[in-house]
Design a protein around this ligand. Structure first.
Ligand code: NAD
Ligand code: UFG
Length: 336
């Protein structure tokens, strides 16, 4: 029996595949390489010294999915595949609704018809919107998303809730990620964003390798300890290990469970700049710029539910996140 990993060639997917293989799971990866490279699959094999099957295809292609489920013995799905750029989603909302919501509904229909009713879904802290105070807890009301990307996550969460209400054979684990950064210790896999990065750590590492001149710090007048935005950065390997715990849960029980995957610590933009400079020995040039539309001052998790119910805790600190981000970027300045 295998775990099907959609989007397994991507940033979080590739790290999760390493952890699943290390934990002894058989996996099958499905990806259309829209935002990833096939080289990441070679690197997963290199790191783990294990093999797996790969299908190149699209989660919106029902015939392809039906053939895959008919051919393979799949026990559960971890569903990473989707588009994730907040800014792009405002320019191309239909593409985001089609890929993320349409793709997920097609996948769920194929799973239902194949009798595979166990899924772990990649959601985001963005579903908490801007009115809940941090630390964010799973039982807080969700909604008030400020961009189509966030709205796709919100709708998919609702779809999964409705599905579990309609049929008690489903087993769903919705994981709300905070801000994943870092890379595998080997320096062989990491995030490989297309074009100019939007996320803080990727921007910083590109300034460090000289590809970008300086970092724009979006706002220094927030109500935080130094005026810059505070987030809950989590090492991608800790996040990935969280999926191994979540898979165990969906294999063992039915019903829906929702968990924050975060550390519970909030760091500001300037805290990250300092920590990265220390880890890399490189001064990061920055300028204070206006606030970015849609940003909130502070967003960090209460991760206690995942600790109490899954037994999972993030173990890697900020220094390790910065060191590992830097190793990946400096050893692979052009990505894969
Ligand atoms: P990523 O872009 O690196 O990985 C997504 C993968 O899915 C890519 O390999 C891409 O080629 C593939 N894909 C996209 N559409 C597909 C389709 N229609 N069919 C098949 N494959 C498809 O992104 P990531 O950072 O690894 O994120 C994984 C998931 O986690 C996404 O759903 C994302 O929204 C969610 N998430 C990410 C973050 C983050 O900060 N990285 C935060 C919260 C949630
Ligand atoms: N920031 C800068 N300069 C930059 C980039 C970011 O100052 O060039 C700041 C932002 O203003 C924010 C912090 O760094 O205060 C983090 O920004 P990111 O873009 O790295 O992350 P966000 O918290 O805005 O968004 C992330 C994911 C989204 C997800 C959201 C909530 O990118 O996909 O977390 O989970 F929806």
């Amino acid at each position: 029996m295998s775990i099907l990993v959609t989007g397994g060639a991507g940033y979080i997917g590739s790290h999760t595949c390493v952890e699943l293989l290390n934990a002894g799971y058989e996996i099958i990866i499905l990806d259309n390489f829209y935002n990833s490279k096939s080289e990441s699959l070679n690197r997963i094999k290199e790191i783990t010294n294990k093999d797996f099957k790969f299908y190149e295809g699209d989660i919106r292609d029902r015939e392809f999915l039906d053939n895959l489920f008919a051919t393979e013995n799949i026990e559960a799905v971890i569903h990473f595949a989707g588009l994730k750029a907040v800014g792009e989603s405002c320019q191309k909302p239909l593409e985001y609704y089609d890929n993320n919501i349409g793709g997920t509904v097609t996948l769920l229909l194929a799973m239902k018809d194949a009798g595979v009713k166990k899924i772990v879904f990649s959601s985001s802290a963005t579903v908490y919107g801007s009115s809940n105070p941090s630390p964010l807890k799973e039982e807080m009301p969700i909604g008030g998303t400020t961009n189509p990307y966030g709205t796709t996550k919100l709708y998919i969460e609702n779809i999964l809730q409705d599905l579990c209400k309609s049929d008690d054979e489903w087993s769903v684990c919705t994981l709300r990620y905070f801000n994943p950064i870092g890379a595998h210790k080997s320096g062989r896999i990491g995030e490989n964003p297309n074009g100019i990065p939007n996320n803080l750590m990727h921007y910083i590492t590109q300034v460090a390798v000289g590809k970008l001149d300086h970092l724009n710090v979006f706002g220094d007048d927030y109500d935080t300890h130094d005026g810059t935005g505070v987030r809950d950065y989590i090492h991608v390997v800790d996040l990935s290990i969280g999926h191994v715990y979540a898979v165990k849960k969906v294999l063992a029980e039915t019903g829906i469970n929702i968990y924050n995957l975060g550390t519970g610590n909030g760091y500001s933009v300037l805290d990250i700049v300092k920590a990265f400079s220390k880890a890399s020995g490189i001064e990061i040039k920055y300028e204070i710029a206006p606030r970015r539309d849609g940003d909130i001052a502070t967003c960090f998790s209460d991760p206690s539910k995942a600790k109490n119910e899954l037994g999972w805790v993030a173990e890697r600190g900020l220094e390790e996140m910065c060191e590992d981000s830097w190793r990946w970027q400096s050893e692979n300045p052009n990505g894969f």
